[in-house]
Design a protein around this ligand. Structure first.
Ligand code: ATP
Ligand code: MG
Length: 331
């Protein structure tokens, strides 16, 4: 089993080593392949990601990724977009689940949402032009991509509360009706109870009544925005893990970015990256080990070993040390 490890930039260089320490508590047959990508590489070599890097990634079974800083420079090719597209990692899975002992922005801790974000098209088509007085981005919705993301969402729904919410804005953006109707058809075929929400109403309702939702499927940009909103509901962006899944490969990363405002100070919350390792363990069919990692995270919070984003004063290293200790003593 080959695991590519990309720390990237900023806090990626702090939270990925922490997550690896937790993964290393289990004696798994994993060959780690470190790869440097991102702004740091771009500054050194003029390229953030090369064709050779893609070939290495194609040869791996899965990838653990930190974060990369994306400068506004039009010559800079987005590393994440490139990887998602080249490896066709079409389903972005983002669980929004409170951690016992942490109250998010609204105080509501009674919800368990799974955002399933379409990861290959929509406004992220990269077909765009920026002129002096006019700029545009082409928003693409295809039946094929809508169908396969809906299938993934329905498979998750069937294992959970069997309720799918389809997010769209088809009253104004007509292309969304293809997404909506395709998702409805797939949900119907899978016998999944489904409803639809306009994305603006969804943002409002997710804040007011997050307990109403189970699996939420959304086109690319809406899914991105709603999952950051979910970060506030759960309590911190530093808590949210994610998986990007393709036919054969999977890519695990914290939802947060490179957090340049806190990078290099040793205070980043490692939990989002550590929970991404738990998702990796699930994907490797090791649910018991994934469970222990999640239990370690919950215990660290209960023991008040928390980073500043959670109101604590522990460092990344202190939280990690506790997680490693817990996992080692319980596995
Ligand atoms: P990028 O452009 O790489 O996405 P960003 O400026 O959007 O960077 P994010 O990483 O998305 O920054 O972070 C948004 C906010 O959340 C920042 O204030 C950041 O400090 C905070 N944050 C993000 N990740 C963590 C973490 N692991 N621990 C603590 N705070 C975090
Ligand atoms: Mg960001």
């Amino acid at each position: 089993m080959k695991l590519a490890v990309i720390e990237g930039d900023g806090v990626g260089r702090e939270v990925i080593p922490a997550a690896l320490q937790v993964l290393d508590c289990f004696d798994l047959p994993i060959e780690k392949i470190p790869l440097e990508l991102g702004l740091g590489k771009w500054e050194k070599t003029g390229q953030a990601i090369t064709d050779a890097d893609i070939e290495i990634l194609e040869d791996c079974d899965c990838i653990l990724f930190g974060a990369v800083t994306t400068p506004a420079d039009p010559n800079y090719k987005s590393v994440l977009l490139t990887i998602r597209r080249e490896l066709d990692l079409y389903a972005n899975i983002r669980p929004l689940k409170p951690i016992k002992g942490i109250k998010g922005a609204t105080g509501n801790t009674d919800f368990d949402i799974l955002v399933v974000r379409e990861n290959t098209e929509g406004l992220y088509s990269s077909i765009e032009e920026v002129g002096e007085n006019e700029a545009w981005s082409k928003r693409i919705i295809t039946r094929r991509a809508s169908e396969r993301i809906a299938q993934v969402a329905c498979e998750y729904a069937a294992r959970r509360a069997n309720h799918l919410t389809i997010v769209h804005k088809s009253n104004v953006i007509k292309a969304d009706s293809l997404f909506l109707n395709t998702c409805r058809d797939v949900a119907h075929t899978h016998n999944v109870i489904h409803d639809a929400m306009l994305v603006d109403a969804m943002a409002y309702d997710m804040v007011r009544s997050p307990e109403k939702y189970d699996v939420v499927v959304a086109p690319n940009l809406y899914g991105d925005i709603l999952s950051d909103l979910g970060g506030a509901l759960v309590g911190s962006l530093g808590l949210l893990p994610s998986a990007n899944i393709g036919e054969k490969q999977a890519f695990f990363e914290p939802v947060h970015g490179s957090a340049p405002d806190i990078a290099g100070r040793g205070v980043a919350n490692p939990i989002a990256a550590v929970l991404s390792v738990a998702m990796l363990l699930d994907w490797l069919n090791r649910p018991e080990q994934a469970r222990i990692v999640r239990e370690a995270v919950e215990t660290s919070v209960n023991e008040n070993i928390k980073t500043a984003d959670l109101g604590g004063n522990s460092t990344t290293a202190e939280v990690t040390e506790f997680l490693v200790y817990y996992v080692q003593s319980n596995s």
